[in-house]
Design a protein around this ligand. Sequence first.
Ligand code: GLC
Ligand code: CA
Length: 586
Amino acid sequence: MTLTEPMTPEMTRTEPPTQTEHPRVAVPWWQSAVVYQIYARSFADSNGDGIGDLEGIRSRLHYLHDLGVDAVWLTPCYPSPQRDHGYDVADYFAIEPDYGDLESFDRLVSDARALGIRVLMDVVPNHCSSQHPWFQQALADRPGSRARARFYFRDGKGENGNEPPNNWLAWFGGPAWSRIVEPDGSPGQWYLHLFTPWQPDLNWDNDDVAEQFDDMLTFWFDRGVEGFRVDAVSVVGKTPGLPDTPPPPPDARVTDRALHNPHVQFRPEGHAPWLRWRRLTDAYTAAHPDRPVFFVAEAYSPGRPDRVLEYLRGDKFHQVFSFDLLLAQWTSEQFHQAITDSINELASQHVPLVWTLNNHDAQRSVTRYGRDDATDPARFSGNNLINSDSPVDLGLGTRRARAAALLMLALPGAAYLYQGEELGLHEHLTIPPEARQDPIFIATDGDELGRDGCRVPMPWTTTDDGSYGFSPPGAASPPWLPQPHGWGASSAEAAAADPGSVLTMYRGAIATRRELLGAVAAAEFGFIDTPPGMVGFRNGPVAVFVNFMAEAMAIPAGHGTRVVLTSLGGHTDASVLPGDTAIWLA
Ligand code: GLC
Ligand code: CA
């Protein structure tokens, strides 16, 4: 199915006046958008070096237009040594040479805009790359210098300062401090890095830091960027004095340990930047009324939407991801809870919601829901990086992932897709160890697989030409991460030709969503009473039911007789719902 209605390039939608004749309220486009996350390194390679690039993205814009998305979010495309694949930024004002340059970026923005697709970028405020000129300057300068004040440099403890300033651990393993060698060759101070040693944390109490990001945001807004996904906001701001943390539970996995440190997460000290950023975007939009630029923040806070609300309240971020949906096991209770929490805590405060089921940090939904223990509520870890290693049934996982997608696309708010989920791609679990690149895999000596498996280059063509169409024919280099055997069966080419494919379902659902749920502010949400194992809700004109059980269940009567969409091809009965299936009724 292709999008039959014309694209609507207008920037805002307008609510009809209410009976009391309030002035018309313009609802920014991003409140109900479908946004497609592009992992730039893995989307499409135009020049055969095995690495995705901006020209590759530009060459595939028609695919995204046919899918019907409103915008793309590009993961970091700035110059970077790629120690954390772009989340280690060496220059906030340029494009990674492997991906292109500012001219190719401008071409991409302008071609996307011509197709009605807006471009969002990714901003990383907590840390930069150790190759950033600021950090290099800090290494060259003395303790106490202006250059060091932009980071967290401290003297070590113990004899000769041989021990780190405190006991904090890094997210991806090891201590959160590394010691430098002073310019005179003596063992020197330590600097804080909550992720890898190549990602020094920036000190947001420092004016240089705040001013650089003001300049950066404006620089990209002026190039046509309509908003930013904001990386790792909950770790900005640390307890003053940087006190020791109570130790994590002894059996905690590596990527779980740092989560127990109360001094580096959800700190009240960390909110000033977001107030400043909001003032900046408000002023920008006031000066460019057709450009309601915005932020969507990344802050995982399982089961604690109240903590997330702090990032929105009082004019900070515009939106924040409701990640509990992505974290949920395949149970009606956990999905119901994830939706309820966000509706009660965020939507009731008039915060426009943002849902997602996949991203570049989580195992793909097809694999998660296909696990043997996917329905075991006790397996909920609350950490997107920690996964079950029980066997996977990909057929079952695909069926459930289709149902989850139809659920998400019917919820009020915005929906963010991650490249390849519309093809039903599964996690590549068998990448050979020597080919893995994620710092999590490297730092844990392979104890944790890390995130490479969801970052494998996209399959575009059915035939195995060495990269399934990711790179041009005769490419000099293989894809930067190996693709699984038979990846062509999951390709865009194969899916486009198949009316029963996941891609066909996504295209249909996005078009139907636009048609029926487009005016999100007018949509009314309410849960429908359902038997255990089923979730039901109404959003505007649509009633949605999802059966999380294996057996078919009767659909509660009185909520619609017309089957608008189902996740199971060929199902047309509005009174019964097969197992692991979703349905939209009108
Ligand atoms: C965010 C990103 C992740 C990155 C980390 C450090 O969680 O999504 O990919 O590794 O921040 O920047
Ligand atoms: Ca390339």
